[in-house]
Design a protein around this ligand. Structure first.
Ligand SMILES: Nc1ncnc2c1ncn2[C@@H]1O[C@H](COP(=O)(O)OP(=O)(O)O)[C@@H](O)[C@H]1O
Ligand SMILES: C[C@@](O)(CCOP(=O)(O)O)CC(=O)O
Ligand SMILES: [Mg+2]
Length: 423
């Protein structure tokens, strides 16, 4: 079978409000980050399937003749992508040697890769491929690395199989797919997330696919096109955690104390809606200190709710305390239990204060960096460099034709060269 070589990229995300509650049908607001995952897929002739995942030290290869036996006898192309094929999952778990118990980092990534590969190609001849994925995102830290990984896999495999187009644009060395193709990528990425998370809401893969800021409610995705540019700090406490474990911990708590937890989830829903309203006001009227006061208070209230849900961590408490000492407000982002937090910076926050805060957080052993989210994200009518830069901010999943010179001197150059080793 003739497959196309593909290089794709998808962004990570930060959740402003609604993590966990979104799994239970409440509103979440999430936004793409200018940290991305990259995937290089190459057709080979060796009769095997190789996967290189340098972020998690996983380098594997299988004979296609062995893999063929994993495909269930009645497996065909499935159009219903809201549920996993239980027979294929069982066979794959046997194949990778975990029939019961939790999967580790490498097994989760391998299983979701093999699941998507066999689902996309299983009804025909299996192609010989080498797939390499590399990410700028910390893995398992709340910035949606699993979703960016799943979106890249879905986009690349669908593209290689010819199920979606490969519309490369010479002008900005990137290309985006049409809405129908993006919906297909998103629903396959959701399958990958189901293997990694167990019970994902779908918000992370939606941001990985469409980028920008989204309102997400029970599978419904509404892009928020008018949002102010916000300066933030992202802090990685480096405390490892697993989204799957935390999501199931919250579910247990809801089952144990339904009448106590329901109002908490409702309150988080109201926080997301209030935040959306404040953000919208900030684009339609002059921005005042009151807007920032409201955003800060919403962060504080939500952080308390997340502690009530049982997804806080002493390291996240430290983050909140250290930033508050400088007058800045923080909350965890993503599944919590460690991982990353987000701190809102006000327009008047001086670079001296930012630098001192970053230093204090580094002194706690955390990684911390300033970035921005939201803002206008149009790429049309700009120079190529600006377009590439804006695409990183806007963050839709895209095909990328990497010209290594383009990245020379940028922070990403060494990262991209590392990826190129595997391509
Ligand atoms: N670059 C990557 N390469 C391979 N697997 C990845 C990569 N990024 C994420 N993953 C998979 O996603 C899992 C982390 O997902 P999760 O616990 O949801 O955290 P996150 O907040 O980063 O999404 C990892 O254990 C791994 O299986
Ligand atoms: C906790 C949750 O709301 C977000 C998880 O994000 P992350 O995997 O921690 O980046 C789960 C979900 O929405 O599927
Ligand atoms: Mg995840």
């Amino acid at each position: 079978m003739q497959v196309r070589d593909v290089l794709v990229s998808a962004p990570g995300k930060a959740i402003l409000h609604g993590e966990h509650a979104v799994v239970h049908g409440k509103v979440a607001l999430a936004v793409s980050l200018n940290l991305r995952s990259y995937l290089c897929l190459k057709a080979t002739t060796g009769g095997n399937l190789c996967v290189n995942l340098p972020n998690i030290d996983t380098f594997l290869s299988w004979d296609l003749s062995e893999l063929k036996h994993v495909i269930p006898p009645v497996s065909g192309r499935r159009d219903e992508l809201k549920l996993l094929d239980p027979d294929l999952v069982r066979r794959l778990r046997e194949f990778v040697g975990v029939t019961n118990g939790n999967l580790n980092t490498s097994q989760m990534a391998t299983l979701s890769f093999l699941y998507l590969y066999l689902s996309v190609f299983g009804s025909g001849e299996l192609p010989s491929l080498t797939v390499s994925v590399w990410s700028e995102l910390p893995t398992g830290a709340g910035l949606g690395s699993s979703a960016a990984y799943s979106v890249c896999l879905a986009a690349a495999l669908l593209c290689a199989s010819g199920a979606i187009s490969s519309p490369l644009n010479d002008w900005d060395h990137t290309a985006r797919w049409c809405q129908e193709e993006l919906e297909l990528i998103n629903s396959w990425a959701f399958q990958g997330e189901m293997i990694i998370h167990g019970n994902p809401s779908g918000v992370d893969n939606a941001v990985g696919t469409w980028g920008g800021m989204l309102r997400f409610l029970a599978g419904k995705i509404i892009p928020l096109s008018r949002v102010p540019l916000l300066r933030i700090l992202l802090t990685n406490t480096k405390v490892p955690r697993s989204t799957k474990v935390l999501v199931s911990r919250v579910k247990d708590k809801i089952n144990k104390f339904p009448s106590i937890m329901a109002p908490v989830l409702d309150s988080v829903d109201a926080i997301s809606c209030t935040c959306e309203k404040v953000l919208s006001e900030m684009t339609s009227e002059p921005i005042t200190g009151e807007h920032y006061n409201a955003l800060e208070e919403l962060f504080d209230i939500n952080q308390h709710h997340l502690n009530v849900m049982g997804v806080g961590h002493p390291a996240l408490d430290t983050l909140c305390r250290v930033t508050l000492a400088k007058g800045l407000h923080s909350k965890l982002t993503g599944a919590g239990g460690g991982g990353c937090g987000i701190t809102l910076l006000r327009p008047e926050t001086s670079s001296a204060v930012v630098q001192a805060t970053v230093q204090d957080l580094k002194d706690c052993g955390f990684d911390c960096w300033e970035t921005s989210i939201g803002g206008p994200a149009r790429t049309r009518g700009r120079t190529r460099e600006r377009a590439v830069q804006m695409l990183r901010i806007k963050g839709t999943v895209s095909m990328v034709q990497i010209d290594i010179n383009q990245w020379k001197g940028s922070d990403s150059s060494h990262l991209i060269s590392r990826l190129m080793v595997f391509c």
